[in-house]
Write a protein that binds this ligand. Structure first.
Ligand code: SF4
Ligand code: SF4
Length: 300
């Protein structure tokens, strides 16, 4: 896919230099499709007809690039739902199957750059949680290792997300069901949101993403796991393409010990509500007032 964020950034630079007068569409070395994609509106401002046209264009682009037919959903949030996540630290064995399931489901770049939306942090028994200086590329023969504990961390889908506040072009926002999303076509790659996130929940595509064609997941959401491009930010979306379709996130399904829980915080009968009401839950960096919708607990 073309490097759109770079194009947008160049375009904005030219505007700020007063060079607009010199710019004509005819002078841009773009195909018609590239120009149309470049002039595309912000996802939240598009009409249904404009969304349909953007999806058609994107599906064609993906077909040209990957030789595969993608199905790109724009399914909106359900007003009766607010998603929440639970993580039972007493069950996590540090196997990182969740990491690899997430990579596969969400079309994350495998090498150069290698991007992972989940970090399973390895902590020495008794050490304080330190998200700034942790180890998450450990590779023992067997897990769990004696003397260590494991703590998976990913986007916490904050109710009060600092990443959203700092974005200068409003390319990231919180959806009505609580999922914090990114419009990759609108992101200019400034990385302010990465600096603002206290949980290291976001990653950046420094290079063109690399995914083996046979491993592409073609069932995608516009605001989720559709293939990204160089120079944009990405992160966990609670598997928006799955959960808005009645499925569990990939990491929940992949966890062999049942450490991962997921559900509707507005449903008093949901498992996540039971956990919050009956376990001693905690959230990371509560003092920052970010109000994560990600609850850690110990069941044993
Ligand atoms: S965890 Fe980070 S990326 Fe996710 S919503 Fe909170 S501040 Fe934003
Ligand atoms: S919910 Fe989906 S996107 Fe988020 S960490 Fe789990 S597998 Fe990855």
């Amino acid at each position: 896919m073309e490097d759109r964020s770079q194009t947008r950034r160049d375009f904005m630079k030219m505007m700020s230099m007063g060079a607009m007068a010199a710019l004509s569409l005819g002078s841009l070395s773009c195909t018609q499709a590239r120009v149309e994609a470049f002039l595309q509106k912000h996802f939240r401002e598009m009409t249904e007809a404009e969304k349909k046209e953007a999806i058609r264009r994107l599906e064609e682009t993906y077909f040209r690039k990957y030789g595969k037919k993608f199905h790109i959903s724009t399914q909106p949030a359900d007003a009766a739902v607010l998603w929440g996540y639970g993580l039972d630290l007493s069950r996590c064995i540090g196997c990182r199957r969740c990491v690899y399931a997430c990579v596969k489901e969400n079309n994350q770049s495998r090498i150069n750059p290698q991007l992972q939306w989940i970090r399973v942090v390895r902590l020495k028994d008794g050490s304080l949680i330190n998200l700034e200086n942790t180890e998450h590329y450990y590779n023992p023969e067997k897990v769990p290792e004696p003397g260590f504990q494991y703590m998976p961390v990913q986007c916490q889908h904050c109710e009060n997300p600092p990443c959203v506040r700092v974005c200068p072009v409003h390319a990231t926002w919180k959806e009505p069901d609580g999922i914090v999303v990114v419009d990759y076509n609108w992101c200019i790659g400034c990385r302010y949101c990465i600096a603002a996130c206290p949980y290291k929940g976001r990653v950046f595509n420094w290079g063109e993403p690399n995914i083996p064609p046979e491993e592409l997941n073609t069932e995608v959401h516009y605001l989720g796991n559709r293939p990204r491009m160089k120079n944009v930010v990405e992160k966990c979306t609670f598997c928006i393409q799955r959960v808005r379709n009645g499925r569990y996130p990939a990491c929940v399904e992949a966890c062999p010990t049942g450490a991962r829980k997921f559900g509707n915080l507005l449903d008093p009968d949901s498992e996540i509500r039971y956990i919050i009401e009956n376990k001693r839950v905690f959230r990371l960096k509560e003092d920052l007032n970010t109000e994560p919708k990600f609850y850690y607990f110990f069941s044993a």
